[in-house]
Design a protein around this ligand. Structure first.
Ligand code: ADP
Length: 274
């Protein structure tokens, strides 16, 4: 594993904002952090980016503890953009390339992100977000930590950011991001961590989470009377089909119902109480 997070704990005074969370991410994988406001997502991302220190647990990149040089391999996107209105996009990006001490292909970044080289003050919210994203890519980092990259943006801009993130994963980057809009998480994440009150409700593969919640609807009939049942396990389904046949009934249709992440999320949050 390339990013390994184990039993992370963060307290603000007596309040425990993050309560022992663990997950791991490989090169080329995208991990989505989801949870309601106050769940501890931003705190976790700030720890991963080295902005704040945990009170317990460990974060390892490429098998090593977080050190002085770790920040160089990370591109962090804060929840709120920190831009300078009176600079043009290229002036802003050149400034940060200089601060980071790197030669960046700023024209290439503007082109890829479809950004005009205007004064930042003149840009839409979505374009401003893209400038912040461009800033995270200047030093071509191995790891991208994005706090709400698509938060509050229109669907077209959100989709283009989601596509960029997927493209970065294809270039073997590690991406950890938070989002409230499950549509984008579902679209680009390989793994998800569902948080509530600083704790993890689920940590693992997105496919498995969806798979665990997939159900099967069986329409069947006895003496022409149509009935329907919903089953959650394949074994249960096979047994049921067998039983219907044994008892002289007819199986009319079996429909696999793959849930949306949003529904799985609501069920998880509800099941674990308040
Ligand atoms: P999320 O990103 O999931 O909305 P946060 O990580 O921002 O959650 O916050 C988790 C909890 O920690 C919240 O209850 C929040 O009020 C609290 N918190 C966050 N930052 C601070 C801080 N600097 N000082 C005190 N409490 C904080």
């Amino acid at each position: 594993m390339v990013l390994e997070v184990r039993n992370l704990v963060k307290r603000y005074g007596n309040f425990e904002a993050v309560r022992g969370i663990s997950f791991s991410v490989k090169k080329g994988e995208v991990l989505g952090l989801i949870g309601e406001n106050g769940a501890g997502k931003s705190t976790t991302l700030k720890i991963l980016a080295g902005l704040i220190k945990p009170d317990g647990g460990e974060v390892k990149y490429f098998g090593r503890d977080f050190g002085e040089d770790t920040k160089r391999i990370i591109g962090y996107l804060p929840e709120i953009d920190a831009l300078y209105d009176n600079m043009t996009v290229s002036e802003y990006l050149n400034l940060f390339a200089e601060i980071y001490g790197v030669r960046a292909n700023i024209d290439g970044l503007l082109k890829r992100l479809n950004l005009p080289d205007k004064y930042i003050a003149e840009l839409s919210k979505g374009m401003k977000r893209k400038v912040s994203i461009a800033r995270t890519l200047l030093h071509d980092p191995d790891v991208l930590i994005y706090d709400e990259p698509t938060g509050g943006l229109d669907p077209t801009t959100s989709l283009s950011i989601a596509e960029l993130m997927r493209e970065l994963a294809e270039r073997r980057k590690i991406i950890v991001f938070s989002a409230h809009n499950m549509y984008y998480v579902e679209r680009i994440a390989d793994k998800v961590v569902v948080m509530k009150g600083g704790e993890v409700l689920y940590s693992g593969s997105l496919g498995e989470l969806i798979g665990q919640n997939t159900t099967y609807r069986v329409d069947y009939s006895f003496n022409g009377r149509r009935e329907s049942v919903e089953l959650s396990e394949i074994d249960e389904l096979l047994e049921f089909v067998e039983k219907v046949k044994e008892q002289g009934g007819k199986v009319l249709e079996i429909e696999r119902e793959v849930p949306r992440l949003e529904n799985v999320y609501f069920n998880l949050i509800r099941r674990k109480g308040n």
